[in-house]
Design a protein around this ligand. Structure first.
Ligand code: CP
Length: 308
């Protein structure tokens, strides 16, 4: 079996097919721990994991913390508003001070693309990217792929349509790299203003026709409209977006019978996805969250072994 060589996990663009498969296989072996009456193993006993979150998070932060605790690591949380960054300390200085306390792994979310990469160069501790700006969210894409593989038995040869705000989505970018390396065909769909410039450099098909994106797809990964990252009005209104691109029961009539409905969360019900689709029989949205824990246990374990 391939050995994990990296100190950090910063994105899926730089990983090989075999490295992505190694993470998914390791996650598979960790999943059953969360089904035990005592959900704890000693794998990371004596290690310290710092959760360094500069943007809001429910799923990623909680599941990294639970993953670390289930592996018996100690955890510490730091947020932007309660750290000395508000007093003018640089990110690098803050990180160096945290490292001086002999921590092993830093999990970082930041609104600036590349912030975890800067940190990874500055510290000896392993750095895991928990989402950097519009760039990458590798563990989200890994849990999406884990869920697809669990439900469909494979990834290679599947057609996956990612629908929504592609321009501002780190989830879309990580999914595109991961899925295409594992042999899936990826289509991205949204209004032209929400498809990023330079999309032709990515190995994807682009359509502005939601019906075309739905037809033939084995998986629909529906993304949130990220109003907090949009600097100008990129579509007339949320109501108009919902009418044209929101996935509801009416639009799902074009879908394959066993289509998988995914969403990374948080959901804006009635905007990009209707409640009957989010809670419907094809939705695996909460199973994605469950699988996120196993994937993050795997990533914490692998980086703790890597580059040593
Ligand atoms: N999917 C995701 O990253 O969710 P959070 O922002 O709640 O972590």
């Amino acid at each position: 079996m391939l050995n994990w060589k990296h100190k950090d996990l910063l994105g899926l663009e730089e990983l090989s097919k075999e490295e992505i498969e190694l993470i998914l296989e390791t996650a598979d072996s960790f999943k059953e721990i969360s089904l035990r009456p005592i959900k704890k193993v000693p794998t990371l006993r004596g290690k310290t994991v710092v959760l360094f979150f500069f943007e809001p998070s429910t799923r990623t932060r909680t599941s990294f913390e639970l993953a670390a605790k289930r592996l018996s690591a100690d955890t510490v949380s730091i947020s932007a508003t309660t750290s000395s960054i508000v007093k003018g300390e640089t990110l690098k200085d803050t990180a160096k001070n945290i490292e001086a306390m002999k921590v092993d792994i830093i999990v970082m979310r930041h609104s600036s693309s590349g912030a975890p990469h800067l940190l990874a160069k500055a510290v000896e501790a392993s750095v895991i990217n928990a989402g950097d700006g519009c760039h990458e969210h590798p563990t989200q894409a890994l849990l999406d792929m884990f869920t697809i593989k669990e439900k469909k038995g494979r990834i290679s040869g599947l057609k996956v349509s990612i629908i929504g705000d592609i321009a501002h989505s780190r989830v879309a970018r990580s999914n595109i790299w991961g899925l295409t390396k594992l042999g899936a065909e990826v289509t991205v769909c949204g209004p032209p203003t929400l498809i990023p410039q330079g999309i032709e450099k990515f190995p994807v098909k682009v359509t502005y026709d939601v019906e075309e994106a739905i037809r033939d797809a084995d998986v629909l990964n529906i993304l949130r409209i990220q109003l907090e990252r949009q600097k100008s009005n990129l579509f007339p209104s949320l109501r108009e977006y919902a009418l044209n691109f929101g996935i509801d029961a009416e639009k799902l009539k074009f879908a394959k019978p066993e289509v998988l409905i995914m969403h990374p969360g948080p959901i804006n019900r009635g905007v990009e996805i209707s409640p009957e689709v989010a809670d419907g029989p094809y939705s695996v949205i909460l199973e994605q969250v469950t699988n996120g824990l196993a994937v993050r246990m795997a990533v914490l374990y692998l980086v703790s072994q890597g580059g040593k």
